[in-house]
Design a protein around this ligand. Structure first.
Ligand code: FAD
Length: 456
């Protein structure tokens, strides 16, 4: 396809910067979700000024620009829905600074999250946000989706660790928001506007992150229960008793059954619900706290309890939790992963509701996830080759999201709106809130070139 802008775009940059071969275009058309659209060109900037130059060029010509981190999103956020240019941050992947005394790290957006965490660890610092995809996803993508993970119950989500950003605005202006101090009340909280904005308001070209002292020890506990409602009640109880675990992960019957089939039943404790609790801190305190937690869960109805205070044993308990997703995939059914979030008081209601949904639509539902913050991944497990199944899952999803909204929950706690949640955006946000989004978008991207075709 001939595009009048490709030649002048190429002329702006050195060879290898703008790529248009079919394979590269295909590799930049989608993420871990189902949707994909081909861009017309992919650019690989090396520095912020390159990104600014691409945007200046595109803005003048009204060419769509979609940012891409590592392409491991779960909602089609980096899919270039209207074609145009994909800006890949794969080559802006340097850690620029880790300052132990300040507790600050400065990175380019393409740095892989787990690599930054490992570097910080070597200096006895912790970068807490831990999406399950952290070995593959980028910090820029984490900022743009405000990513979270198990540790967010205690430590908060990505937003809580972003001190400052350099952003390339739609017209190519480079601006710094926030700074590198823990407190900073100079002006509006513009960091908060860009974090979670899914590439719709500006392209992040540098990130200043907060690092905290790494706790020297951790301990973990895995408990099984007769059902998810009893386990969910235990979650409430241990929080009310003053414990704030660094992770509190709950899995339901279908998930455990799938794991039994996939890994062998001898590896999975009996019962229809599984709770993983992790605490961190000083060695003496985690050892005594984990004992107290075990007693508390036993009194709350736990069938079996395994505790771990050594690193290798903790990893073994986590190993099982990490296998849940693979076990569900091994069922051969299509896994529609919905990362809904409910107020914690609704946890038991949520498990009861999904059980009813399962019966009503004849679709298996596997729920597991971050019980401590109410962010449960509800996975509809569907055989989409069955006649009528697609329509049934659509109706079930619709009913699920309507109920979540009625409980003052969120239709997405981690992954973002992207394309996957687009149909439910009008239900999730009031007309006034949607109008405000449009006004912010117009102010920052008046020509609507950034990630068009998404929720604003
Ligand atoms: C197996 C699996 C497990 C997952 N587990 C979790 C989890 O536990 N928690 C969680 O939060 N998410 C999870 N996710 C979702 C996903 O990994 C996160 O959303 C992650 O932040 C995406 O990062 P990425 O670099 O892959 O971004 P991409 O997919 O490349 O992009 C995501 C969005 O960010 C925008 N973007 C990317 N870089 C920039 C930039 N520099 N400037 C502006 N916008 C940009 C894109 O346009 C897009 O809208 C999981 C995904 C998978 C596949």
């Amino acid at each position: 396809m001939f595009l009048s802008w490709l030649r002048p775009l190429n002329a702006l940059f050195p060879r290898g910067f703008v790529v248009t071969d079919a394979e590269t275009l295909r590799a930049h058309s989608g993420d871990a979700w189902f949707a994909s659209t081909l861009p017309q060109a992919v650019v690989f900037p090396r520095k912020a000024e390159d990104v600014a130059a691409v945007l200046r060029f595109a803005n003048r010509r009204r060419i769509p620009v979609t940012a891409r981190g590592a392409g491991r999103g779960y909602v089609g956020g980096c899919v270039p829905k209207k074609g145009g240019i994909v800006v890949s941050f794969a080559k802006m992947n340097r850690i620029l600074d880790i300052n132990v005394v300040d507790g600050v790290g400065v990175v380019q957006p393409g740095v892989i999250t787990a690599e930054f965490q490992a570097q910080a660890r070597r200096l006895r610092l912790l970068y807490p946000p831990d999406p399950a995809s952290m070995k593959e996803c980028s910090l820029g993508g984490n900022v743009a989706t405000n990513a979270g993970g198990p540790r967010c119950l205690k430590y908060g989500v990505t937003r809580n660790y972003v001190l400052g950003l350099q952003v390339a605005l739609a017209d190519g202006t480079l601006v710094r928001v926030g700074g590198r101090t823990l407190k900073n009340k100079s002006g509006f909280d513009l960091v908060g506007i860009f974090v979670g904005s899914e590439g719709l308001l500006g392209l992040v070209t540098e990130i200043t992150l907060r690092l905290i002292p790494a706790p020297p020890a951790r301990a973990a506990l895995a408990a099984s229960f007769k059902n998810a409602s009893i386990a969910a009640a235990c979650v409430q109880h241990l929080l009310r008793e003053g414990f704030l675990p660094s992770a509190l992960e709950l899995a339901d019957r279908f998930t455990l059954e799938a794991a039994r089939r996939h890994l062998g039943s001898e590896h999975i404790p009996k019962g229809d619900a599984h709770l993983l609790v992790e605490i961190d801190g000083q060695p003496g305190s985690v050892r005594s706290e984990i004992r107290m937690l075990a007693q508390l869960l036993k009194a709350g109805g736990a069938l079996e309890i395994m505790t771990a205070t050594k690193e290798a044993d903790c990893e073994r308990l986590w190993g099982l939790r990490r296998e849940f997703s693979a076990s569900l995939k091994a069922t051969g059914l299509t896994k529609l992963n919905e990362d809904i979030c409910v107020p914690r008081s609704r946890l038991v209601d949520l498990f009861d509701f999904t059980a009813r949904l399962q019966k009503k639509y004849g679709i298996e539902i596997a729920s597991f996830g971050h019980a401590g913050d109410g962010n449960i991944h509800v996975n509809l497990m569907a055989d989409l080759t069955q006649p009528g199944m697609k329509a049934r899952t659509d109706r079930a999803l619709d009913e699920l999201f309507r109920q979540i909204i009625a409980w003052n929950g969120a239709i997405t706690g981690e992954h973002g709106i992207g394309l996957a949640k687009l149909p439910w955006w009008p239900q999730a946000a009031s007309p006034e809130l949607r109008k405000l989004h449009v006004q912010v978008k117009r102010a920052l991207d008046p020509r609507h070139i950034l990630n068009p075709g998404k929720f604003v």
